[in-house]
Design a protein. Structure first.
Length: 204
């Protein structure tokens, strides 16, 4: 699937882990910073624990000839998400004492798909490439995956501090089903509320 000079592919092209980690951190570092920061350490952890089969990537360049990754969407399905790494991996990088607290913070962010549900980890688009429809292309490919996997719906969470993302999801048929206000998490994770959104999909 392409638009102008952007091609969308499933998976992560070989050798793009560092680039994908940069985009992911740029988009979600505000939420992940307290658990995986500082930034350099967070990007290194993400790059080292990516599940290539749980990603859709957007590449800028001639279709079929590779190109620079300008967007990525991650999703969780069958117990695997885009970013992996268990408690042992966290402590191996950050140390046992600091690592235990980080494991606790990451557990607060964990979302487990229900039966017949695909959970999106989020969309990250290069700031210089926004307003080109890349987010829409990635969302459509995620929906295609959900349909092929016989999921009945897609679920995602969007923080109150990111209204632009919510507008994109609403444009593509997602509807808010729950708003969880957690002001006590603002000091812990950097956001004080999360909106859960669903989109029903029809299996083939």
């Amino acid at each position: 699937m392409t638009t102008e000079s952007v091609e969308v592919r499933r998976g992560l092209p070989e050798g793009t882990a560092v680039r994908v980690a940069e985009l992911y951190w740029e988009a979600f570092g505000g939420k992940l910073g307290r658990a995986l920061g500082p930034a350099e350490a967070g990007r290194r952890f993400i790059a080292g624990h990516l599940h290539a089969d749980r990603a859709v990537t957007a590449l800028s360049g001639a279709p079929g000839r590779g190109g620079r990754v300008v967007g990525v969407a991650g999703y969780q399905l069958a117990g695997r998400g885009l970013v992996g790494g268990d408690a042992a991996a966290v402590m191996a990088q950050y140390g046992r004492v600091r690592g235990l607290y980080r494991v606790f913070l990451l557990a607060l962010l964990e979302r487990t798909p229900a039966r017949g549900e695909l959970v999106m980890d989020g969309i990250a688009v290069d700031p210089a490439e926004r307003s080109r429809g890349i987010g829409s292309l990635l969302l459509r490919e995620i929906e295609a995956i959900a349909v092929e996997q016989r999921c009945r719906r897609i679920r995602l969470d969007v923080v109150a501090e990111n209204p632009r993302a919510r507008e994109l999801y609403e444009k593509h048929g997602f509807r808010a089903v729950r708003v969880q206000r957690t002001p006590w998490l603002r000091d812990v994770l950097g956001f004080g509320g999360v909106t859960t959104m669903h989109k029903e999909v029809a299996a083939r």
